[in-house]
Design a protein around this ligand. Structure first.
Ligand code: PAF
Length: 281
């Protein structure tokens, strides 16, 4: 069966209101399309938490920097719709840029300290774009639950913060990273890698795993474990490591030793592609 698609906020709200009228719970899975198994896991997770699942596909221009890949970001609405239907999604919300940002649009959301380091420092304006569009999507759909992947861990923590700060009545569900059989975290941007680069990319998951093992054995060796991890990535063939950091799992501030929930965050570059991965400690 083909998936119903709505393109306006009014049509989205009418569909969700009809479900609510029947007493059904609704989950939202926001995406930028180019869907892979990681996104479909979010849909299945939404399905397990609610009676109906809405997915949004919107390549949000405001979260891309001027030299980033907005125009070449992969787009395949028909393919995405078929995958969503197969995963148990009930409705696709695919607004146009004009519907999302009509002439005169001028509001943006700044979430504060959790956005400043790491991806926030590397991509000025990125989290403001994400926070603004996610706030809009949540208010447009008003779901009971919204699902986001832990792959973009800083994004997830940013969304948790904004939902708490703005009293948006939705439960945010973080869903663990989905990996290929060889360990590479699934990402729409993996499509940019050559086969040889993809082989090299496997060192990212392996290295972070080793860093976590080392920290489990000795919670005080944070700096040494991170430095060794960076050296291992460069030795494996990565062109650069933007950061490999051990941080508090909620605030994302660097920690000096492991004495509570922490996360290893890493971005390393290969063939001009920034590959993100992270592990809980
Ligand atoms: O993670 C993404 O795909 C995007 O950042 C999101 C949350 C859909 C906002 O555009």
């Amino acid at each position: 069966m083909s998936l119903p698609i709505v393109r306006t906020v009014a049509d989205l709200r009418a569909a969700v209101a009809a479900w609510r009228h029947q007493g059904l719970r609704v989950a939202l899975v926001p995406t930028m399309g180019a869907l892979h198994e990681g996104h479909l896991t979010l849909v299945r997770h939404g399905r397990s938490m609610a009676d109906r699942v809405v997915a949004s596909v919107f390549v949000n221009p405001t979260q891309f920097g001027p030299s980033e890949d907005f125009s070449r970001y992969p787009r395949d609405e028909a393919g995405d719709a078929a995958k969503l239907a197969g995963a148990g999604c009930d409705l696709l919300f695919a607004p146009t840029v004009e519907a999302m940002y009509p002439a005169g649009f001028s509001t943006s959301i700044e979430v504060g300290p959790v956005t400043r380091r790491w991806e926030g420092a590397a991509r000025p304006g990125h989290f403001s774009g994400v926070a603004t569009v996610v706030t809009k999507l949540l208010l447009q759909c008003l779901p009971d639950v919204a699902c986001f992947g832990e792959k973009d861990y800083q994004q997830l923590q940013t969304i948790r913060r904004l939902v708490a700060d703005l009293d948006i009545p939705v439960a945010i569900e973080g869903v663990p990273i989905v990996r290929d059989a060889d360990g590479l975290a699934l990402s729409s941007r993996n499509a940019y890698l050559t086969p040889a680069q993809r082989q090299t990319a496997l060192a990212l998951n392996r290295t972070l795993h080793r860093v976590v093992e080392r920290l489990r054995r000795d919670p005080a060796v944070v700096d040494a474990a991170a430095a060794e991890g960076m050296a291992a990535l460069l030795a494996a063939g990565f062109e650069a490591v933007d950061y490999l950091a051990v941080v508090d799992a909620a605030s994302l501030e660097p920690v000096e030793r492991i004495d509570g929930p922490a996360r290893v965050l890493c971005v390393a570059r290969l063939g001009g592609v920034r590959l993100l991965d992270n592990f809980p400690v």
